[in-house]
Design a protein around this ligand. Structure first.
Ligand code: SAM
Length: 227
């Protein structure tokens, strides 16, 4: 029986990479990477030199067989994504399911993820929350937003910088405009910021900027929350 390690990698700050993560990556036979070039930089920085293969959202259905073949041959594999926790809006689930079905061990090496980092930094209730990942771009988007408007737990959404204003516009329309929310940008990086306010205030803040760059998480308080 072999081991599939699911290893979290930094979401920006290389110092967030744990010694245990480095040790595990140095011990395995193969590293499955979302992008071998992106991960190559990280691995090189930590002196990790292991055979790699790509495992991303466009080939994971095909590559999962390759991964389990390696496990079946008594070799250990570590799966990493470009940033953060594999399986969280990144490939991971299919690999874990297949490895479990094949009778292999799964060990997760925990570490950074943008969702919980943003949630905690937002100062909005973190006792109960729902993780939505990326909302669908077209089909089903408005239905999802209508449902989320009724959600009483804090909501965590991943969004790209060029779609942030559109999302804030939709939230203002579908949710109460004075609902408290936060935008967390570039977490753990040099220009990290977490801006908190009503949906309308956040929209105004970002509309006034010349450009919106970097990686973004939007946190919205649940229906009925007030301070
Ligand atoms: N697996 C990752 C995790 O554990 O958070 C998420 C991968 S998903 C493809 C990438 C999205 O995560 C970005 O578009 C952004 O919404 C969020 N994200 C990743 N790094 C971030 C950071 N440093 N600051 C803010 N958001 C980040």
């Amino acid at each position: 029986m072999s081991i599939l390690y699911i290893v979290a990698t930094p979401i920006g700050n290389l110092q967030d990479f744990s010694p245990r993560a480095v040790e595990v990556l140095k011990s395995v036979d193969y590293i499955a990477c979302e992008d071998t070039r992106t991960s190559g930089t990280l691995l090189q920085h930590f002196g990790i030199d292991k055979p790699k293969f790509s495992f991303h959202q466009h080939n994971e259905h095909r590559k999962v067989g390759h991964l389990t073949n390696i496990l079946d041959a008594n070799q250990d594999v570590a799966l990493i994504s470009d940033a953060g926790m594999p399986g969280i809006s990144d490939p991971g689930f299919l690999a874990v399911r297949a490895a479990k079905q094949g009778g292999h061990n799964i060990i997760v090496i925990p570490g950074p993820d943008a969702a919980t980092t943003a949630l905690v930094a937002s100062g909005l209730p973190s006792d109960r929350y729902v993780f939505e990942g990326f909302l669908p771009h077209k089909k089903g988007r408005q239905k999802r937003l209508r449902e989320l408007a009724e959600e009483e737990r804090t909501i965590v959404i991943y969004e790209s910088p060029n779609r942030l204003l559109k999302l804030l516009d939709e939230l203002e329309e579908r949710f109460e405009p004075d609902r408290l929310a936060a935008v967390a940008r570039e977490l753990t990086k040099k220009f990290e910021e977490v801006i908190r306010g009503t949906i309308t205030e956040l929209k105004k803040e970002f509309e006034e900027r010349d450009s919106i760059k970097g990686e973004i998480v939007v946190i919205i308080s649940g229906k009925g929350y007030s301070e």
